[in-house]
Design a protein around this ligand. Structure first.
Ligand code: GAL
Length: 416
């Protein structure tokens, strides 16, 4: 996660920096898995069709922690890329440093206010001006399951509650297969954690504990119960999990080695690129207990202030392309997410995407549309990073008691 305190001189350095090559956009992102690379390839194609040169700046590492570290050092040394994948409250921090370009000329001309859900538009703005272009809506609280593995284990459909889940997981284990495919990296542990908290405590509890960071909620009996369940899930993960990339965990489900994965719907991008069909080869279902809620993760690109007019034009092209109908469809078909642009034709999308689109609207009305803390949407990077560390320490060390886990997480939540 980013800490921007050392960026004070960055603006001056940036403005003094070398002019970019005409029409070139250097784009920092962390989309390197099969499904992700295909998706970002579509953006590159559209930009090239508009006569621009795409300079790929991919930093591997799901969740983007590595990418954010690299971005910070590039900006501090006065060499910011034209655009970077930055999301959620981190956008506000970067904007406050004065290094981001104002996208209002494009946003106003294209009437983004009318094209975006308000909850998304608000995240993209700093002091009322657009500072980022949103790409998609990912739902995080998914559970992916291999249909053949469930059948082999005698599990009838996706479990809907945590007790049902553990009963199913026991059957999978008995059948000699791995119940939960998991990559042991902090952001993945955190992803599972937020779904467990949501499934245990419900939307209001999630909001109090993981969005408002309310100490009463964070130290409550519901948080204790959440950590007990979280630890229990860990018991179904194979010993080779530590360090594993998320897409390799998805591959275990695709290849019938494991039954379930808790992951956002970028996992669907992997199923799609492997030619798998939802409802037949695999099942997408809300994580146990989270049917009526939705943790969202909106990817977006911010543009850095550049002096060169051609570079600025390329940035405007990028912002406009991202919000365009053509990109919103093709990118999201590959990525597993849904378009962020309203009123898109969803006929080419699969049932998982259609369910996501329906639930996005329904939960927004019901007050259970929630920002994902694990994906940088809910709280500023410093607090999110500290909580993520405390969650992973608990996940990886059975000697830390549940009571201490609760205390550590609550303490981490005070980080500013
Ligand atoms: C998320 C990002 C997704 C996906 C995932 C794994 O943070 O929003 O688009 O790429 O990381 O890399």
């Amino acid at each position: 996660m980013v800490r921007l305190s050392k960026l004070a001189t960055a603006v001056a350095l940036l403005v003094a920096g070398t002019a970019a090559i005409a029409g070139e956009v250097e784009v920092l992102h962390w989309w390197t898995s099969g499904g992700e690379a295909k998706s970002v390839g579509e953006l590159k194609k559209i930009m090239q069709e508009k006569g621009n040169t795409w300079k790929d700046f991919a930093v591997a590492g799901g969740g983007g922690d590595n990418a954010m570290t690299v971005l910070k050092s590039r900006v501090v040394s006065g060499n910011a890329p034209a655009a970077a994948q930055i999301k959620g409250p981190a956008l506000q921090e970067w904007a406050a440093e004065g290094v981001l370009a104002n996208l209002d000329p494009v946003a106003k001309a294209e009437n983004w206010d009318a094209l975006l859900p308000k909850v998304v538009a608000d995240i993209m703005k700093y002091k009322g001006n657009y500072i980022a272009a949103p790409v998609n809506v990912h739902r995080v609280n998914w559970m992916w399951a291999n249909a053949a593995v469930l059948k082999k284990a005698g599990v009838a459909g996706a479990p809907k509650t945590w007790p049902e889940f553990f009963a199913a997981a026991d059957k999978v284990k008995k059948a000699g297969l791995i119940a939960v495919a998991h990559g042991g990296q902090n952001w993945q542990d955190f992803t599972v954690f937020e779904s467990v908290v949501l499934g245990t405590g419900g939307a209001k509890f999630y909001n109090d504990a993981l969005v408002k960071l309310d100490q009463k909620a964070l130290t409550s009996a519901t948080m204790t119960k959440s950590l007990e369940t979280f630890r229990k899930v860990h018991g179904y993960v194979d010993p080779a999990s530590p360090g594993r990339d998320w897409n390799l965990a998805t591959a275990m489900v695709i290849q019938e080695k494991a039954a379930f994965q808790f992951m956002g719907d970028w996992a669907k991008g992997e199923f799609t690129s492997a030619g798998k069909v939802p409802g037949k080869d695999y099942i997408c279902a809300a994580a146990p207990g989270t049917d009526n809620a939705y943790t969202f993760n909106v990817d977006s690109f911010a543009m850095f202030k550049l002096k060169d007019a051609a570079a600025q034009k390329a940035q405007a092209d990028l912002a406009s392309s991202i919000m365009g109908v053509q990109f919103q469809e093709i990118f999201n078909l590959n990525k597993g997410s849904i378009p962020v642009r309203l009123n898109m034709d969803m006929s080419k999308f699969d049932d998982c995407a259609k369910l996501s689109a329906k639930d996005f609207v329904a939960t927004s009305k019901a007050g259970s549309l929630l920002p994902s803390i694990a994906h940088g949407m809910a709280v500023p990077p410093a607090a999110a990073g500290a909580i993520q560390d405390a969650v992973s320490q608990f996940w990886n060390d059975d000697k830390i008691s549940v009571a201490d886990g609760v205390k550590n997480i609550a303490k981490a939540a005070k980080t500013q």
